[in-house]
Design a protein around this ligand. Sequence first.
Ligand code: GN1
Ligand code: MG
Length: 356
Amino acid sequence: MQFQLEGDIASSEAHGNGNVNDTFLLFCENGDDLNRYTLQRINHEVFKNPEGLMDNFSRVTKHLQGKMADEKSERQCLCVIPAKDGRSFHRESNGNYWRVTKFVDGGRSFEVPENTKQAYEAAKAFGEFQSKLADLPGEPLIDTIPDFHNTRMRFESFRSSVDNDQANRGTEVTDLVEFAFGREDLSDKIKGENFPVRVVHNDTKLNNVLLHKTSGEGMCVVDLDTVMPGCALHDFGDLVRTAACSALEDEIDLEKVRFQPEVFGAIVEGYLESAGDMLEPSEIEHLALAPQVITYELGLRFLADYLDGDLYFKVKRPGHNLHRARAQFKLLSSMEEHFGEMKEIVRDCSSLKAFA
Ligand code: GN1
Ligand code: MG
C-alpha cells in the first residue's frame, strides 16, 4: 500500500454511492486495533487536475481542523492520510490518482431525511462549513471543474446534446426536452458573478453530510472535490433539492416525488442560523429561487447525459439517467407550485433572525 496506514490491510469493500469517483473502505489490523480508512480513486476524466484538487483538499481540511480543535463539539473534518512520499495522493503508473482519508466513525448519512430535524442539522452543518471557510488564507482555491454551476453553460451543452442525439434517444424524451426548453430563463436567474464569491462546497447533497448516530447533530461534511470559489446559493439550493424532496433523486414512480415545504422551512432555519450573519441581502432574497435553478440544472445534466449515451454519471440500470431527469423535472414542477410559500418561509425566517 502506498499510504501511511497504521496496520496491515485485512480487508476492503466498495463503499457509498457516489456518481463519479470510486470509493472503498479499508480495514487495517494494528495489533488489537482495527483502523478504518476511506480510499478513493479520483475520476480524472471529470477532475482534470487531481493534484490541484488535492491541494485544495489539504488546505481546506487543515483550515477546518484548526478551527475545530478550539471547539468543544462533535463536529469533525476529513483528514488526509499522506502517501509514503508525503504527498496527499498517490499517482499510479496507469495515470490513476488515489487518496486516503481517515474513516469518520459515529456518523450516518441519509438519502431522504427521516424528519425535519435531520434537514435542519444538515443545513446548519453546510452553513457552518461555508462560514468557517470565509477566512481561508492564501491564494484562491483552484477551480476543480470550471463553470461547474454555470447554468447557462449547462443549458447550452444540453442543447447540443439534443441537437447531436448521439445515442438516438431523442424521440423517447420529447416531453422532457420541451419542458426544459420552456424553462430556459432559469439558466440566467442565478449567475455566480452577481453574488459574492465565497469558498463553497458545490455538491451539498444531503448524503454528503454525516449526522451523529446518537445526537443526530451534523457531524462531518464530506466529498470535498468540488470545494472551490463559487456562490453560496448553489450549496443552499442543492441541499433543498435533495433533502426537501419526498423521494430519491432517481425515483421511477413520479407520484412519490414531491417538494416538502416543511422540510424547506427547517433547511432555511438551519442554514440561516449558521451562515445568516455572513450572507448579503441579495443572497437571502434568492434563497427561494435557488432550489429551482439547481434542480433545473441537474435535470439538464442528467437528460444531456442520457442523450449522450450515459458518459458522465455512473448508471446502475438501463434508463437510469432518464429516471433521474424525470424525477428532477417533477420536483421542479412541484417547487414551482410552492414558490409563493417558499418566499414566505424565507421572509418569515430571515426577519425573525434580524430581530433575534
Ligand atoms: C455527482 O459523485 P457525487 O454523487 O457526489 C455530481 C454532482 C451531482 C450528483 C447528483 C463532480 O456527485 O454535481 O449533483 O452527482 N458531481 C460531479 O447525484 O459532477
Ligand atoms: Mg461528489
